[in-house]
Ligand binder design. Structure first.
Ligand SMILES: [Zn+2]
Length: 346
């Protein structure tokens, strides 16, 4: 029964991924509808935690290069997963982290699709040159709305509400120094300290109304901005951003701004760059899966291109690291890329 539901969900995600490309309005998809009180936002189409776990176990059985590891448990006892493709430990390693914030799910949907691609001929040979680590859905309790506080004022309809916080109402992406929460503790003890990681992309979703140069963005990116970051780590972070920008901004649906982020090392973009000397990139995609604020939640018509945005990001960066082309990435675009601004509502 579970397996059947999983198949349907993945098939649903594929249909969603495909749909924007068949639409004549593809160029305008960055301007896809926000909630506005009458958009459809149904969380039943999103992969549940159990469906994800089944999917990962199925993929591990199918893919000879993939290894699945449980790195710990959430507050409510859900296993936290690490997906590994490590053929040669000498190769450079990139880590993708999704859904520290439980209501930012399309990044996980994209990561699962990418994991499936890694088992197909499409990605043949790529993992010979790069090690890939993926931590999907670090906050499963928030993603399933299984939390110790009320979500009654959340907007989405469907079988569950999704929230930013973990079960105890803590923001995991403010816990990267203290590492008190079981999710962040497991992440640091069993991923960050155990593997020799060179690059990390931390995938999130932001509100719906950010624009760059007068056009709503499909997302925004930023490198570590703490003054304590090593210059070489910063350079490689900017190169990682260049690979992502080149891959995304050229797409009809892609339009990226520079994220306006702070210097706090409690957040992963800064803290991990300093503590482990890892080059990091924050990627904030447009619109959350659920929230109590209308302007943060995006209608599900935009799901297809946002899932594709994650897949394209993961695909482009692993290829650029595998063939070393990331080392020639031109970082000068960062000097002219405008910060996104919040569009003022009418
Ligand atoms: Zn987030």
């Amino acid at each position: 029964m579970r397996k059947k539901m999983m198949t349907l969900t993945i098939a649903g995600a594929m249909v969603l991924s495909a749909s924007p490309f068949m639409s004549p309005a593809v160029g305008a998809v960055g301007n896809g509808p926000a909630y506005g009180g009458n958009e459809t936002i149904n969380t039943s189409i999103l992969t549940t935690y159990d469906e994800m776990a089944d999917f990962l176990q199925t993929q591990e059985a199918k893919q000879k290069n993939m290894e699945l590891e449980v790195i710990g448990q959430s507050i409510k006892g859900r296993d936290l997963y690490l997906v590994k493709y490590v053929i040669n430990p000498e190769n450079p390693t990139i880590l993708f982290l999704t859904q520290q914030h439980g209501n930012e799910q399309l990044t996980t949907e994209g990561a699962l699709e990418f994991i499936k691609h890694l088992g197909t001929g499409k990605m043949k040979g790529v993992t010979d040159g790069v090690n890939i680590l993926i931590v999907p859905m670090l906050n499963p309790d928030g993603a399933m709305g299984d939390v110790n506080f009320s979500l009654d004022d959340y907007i989405a309809k469907g079988d569950r509400n999704l929230t930013r916080y973990n079960a105890d109402g803590i923001d995991l992406n403010r816990d990267h120094i203290t590492k008190i929460q079981p999710e962040t503790k497991a992440f640091h003890e069993n991923v960050m300290r155990k593997y020799d990681i060179d690059y990390m992309i931390d995938l999130h979703h932001q509100g719906t109304q950010s624009e760059r140069d007068g056009e709503l963005v499909s997302g925004s990116i930023l490198y570590p901005t703490t003054p304590n970051v090593d210059p070489d780590v910063l350079l490689k972070s900017k190169q990682l951003g260049a690979v992502v920008f080149d891959a995304i901004d050229s797409k009809g649906w892609g339009h990226l701004g520079k994220y306006r982020g702070g210097n706090a090392e409690t957040i992963s973009r800064n803290g991990i760059a300093v503590e482990y000397g890892i080059s990091t990139l924050l990627f904030e995609m447009r619109g959350m899966s659920d929230h109590s604020y209308e302007s943060y939640v995006l209608g599900q018509k935009s799901n297809g291109y946002l899932i594709q945005q994650t897949i394209t990001t993961l695909d482009a960066t692993v290829r650029a690291i595998a063939d070393d082309s990331i080392e020639d990435a031109d970082i000068s675009f960062w000097d002219t890329l405008s910060y996104q601004e919040n569009r003022t509502s009418e």
